[in-house]
Design a protein around this ligand. Structure first.
Ligand SMILES: [Zn+2]
Length: 323
C-alpha cells in the first residue's frame, strides 16, 4: 500500500467540544492539538466562529507549512456523500448544513467529512489496534455508542447510516433511548446509559458505598469515571451494573460478529480507558454468546490511540483510496 503523504488540518466535532490539530499522515504524528467549548445554543454561525478561531490558533503554530486538505469528524449523522450534516443532537443549527462546502470556501482547501465512529474506525484501523487488517469492526463506546466497519481498507456505509450499533434492540419495551426507541443498547451500555442507570439505583445505595462516597452523596455528581472508580473500590451495586452493561454489549458484539465475521474487533471510545474492567467483564459473555466455530478466530483488541483516532481518521479521508 502506498504510504499516505502530507499534512491535514483536522477537526473533531464532539458533543459540546471542538478539537483540532494538524496530522502528518506519513509519520502518524499529531501537532498543535487545541480544544474549545461549543455551547449548545450558539447555532451554526456561532459554531463556525469557534472553528475559525481554533483554526487561527493552529495555523499560526503551523508557521505557514503546507496544508493539503481539511478533514472533519462529526459527532452525528451525515449524508452518504459526506457533503452535509443531517443532524446534531448537541448543538442547534446544524440540520442539513453543508459544512464541507462552507469551510472549503473559507480556507480554499478541499474538505472531507465523516461521522465520528467511521472516522475513529478508519484512524484506528490504519494507525492503531486495527493494524490495517482486512476487515475491522470498531465499536465506539463513549457517551453514546456508535461503530465503524472497515472492509478491504474502506469504510462500509451501506445507504449512508451503516454501523448504528448503539440502536440495536436488546430489550423489548426497555429503557428509552435518545433516538426515541425503547430498549436500545445505548440506553444500557453507553456512558450516559450506565450513568443514568446508576442515578436510578442511587437512592437505595448504602451511605458508606464507594459510589456514594465518591459523589459526596449527590447523584448529580455521578460520572462514568466515578462509577468505574467505585467498581475498583469494590462497590457491589456498581460491579453488578457494569457487569450487566457488558453483558448487553457482548450480546450485540456477538450478533455482529455472526454477521460480519471480521478479522478483528476493536473496542474504543471513552470506555477503553477502563480496559482492564471491560475486558474482565465482557470476555465471559463473549465466550458464551459467540458460537464456538467463530470464537476460535475471534480477535478482540482495545483502542491504543487515546481518543485521537477520530482526528487521524479525519486526516485519512483526504486519501481517495480510504473514502
Ligand atoms: Zn436508540
Amino acid at each position: 500500500m502506498n504510504k499516505p503523504q502530507g499534512k491535514v488540518l483536522t477537526f473533531d466535532f464532539g458533543g459540546t467540544k471542538l478539537a483540532g490539530a494538524i496530522v502528518n499522515k506519513a509519520t502518524g504524528e499529531i501537532n498543535h492539538y487545541r480544544r474549545k467549548q461549543t455551547p449548545k445554543s450558539m447555532g451554526s454561525q456561532g459554531s463556525l466562529d469557534v472553528i475559525y478561531a481554533l483554526s487561527d490558533e493552529i495555523l499560526k503554530l503551523n508557521n505557514g507549512n503546507e496544508i493539503q486538505a481539511i478533514g472533519i469528524s462529526f459527532g452525528g449523522p451525515i449524508t452518504r456523500d459526506g457533503q452535509m450534516i443531517i443532524k446534531s443532537q448537541h448543538v442547534e443549527g446544524w440540520d442539513y448544513f453543508p459544512l464541507p462546502e462552507v469551510l472549503s470556501k473559507h480556507f480554499g482547501l478541499p474538505v472531507y467529512m465523516e461521522n465520528d465512529a467511521n472516522a475513529a474506525a478508519l484512524g484506528e484501523w490504519f494507525y492503531g489496534a486495527g493494524e490495517q487488517c482486512e476487515s475491522l469492526f470498531y465499536a465506539q463506546v463513549s457517551t453514546g455508542i456508535g461503530s465503524g466497519i472497515i472492509i478491504n481498507g474502506k469504510i462500509y456505509r451501506g445507504m449512508g447510516l451503516a454501523g448504528e450499533f448503539g440502536h440495536l434492540t436488546i430489550e423489548d419495551d426497555g429503557l428509552e433511548c435518545a433516538c426515541g426507541k425503547l430498549g436500545c443498547l445505548e440506553s444500557y451500555s453507553s456512558g450516559w446509559g450506565i450513568a443514568s442507570r446508576a442515578r436510578k439505583i442511587y437512592p437505595q445505595m448504602a451511605e458508606e458505598s464507594p459510589l456514594r462516597q465518591l459523589t459526596l452523596g449527590r447523584p448529580e455528581n455521578i460520572t462514568t469515571e466515578l462509577i468505574f472508580e467505585a467498581y475498583r473500590q469494590g462497590d457491589e451495586k456498581m460491579r453488578a451494573l457494569v457487569r450487566s452493561a457488558m453483558a448487553s454489549l457482548a450480546r450485540c458484539l456477538a450478533d455482529t460478529v455472526c454477521i460480519l465475521d471480521p478479522e478483528r474487533v476493536v473496542i474504543g471510545g471513552g470506555i477503553a480507558k477502563s480496559k482492564e474492567i471491560i475486558e474482565a467483564e465482557i470476555m465471559p459473555y463473549l465466550e458464551k454468546y459467540i458460537p464456538k466455530f467463530i470464537r476460535s478466530h475471534f480477535d478482540l483488541r482495545f483502542s491504543v490511540m487515546g481518543g485521537q483516532e477520530t482526528l487521524f481518521g479525519a486526516a485519512l479521508l483526504s486519501e481517495e483510496k480510504f473514502r
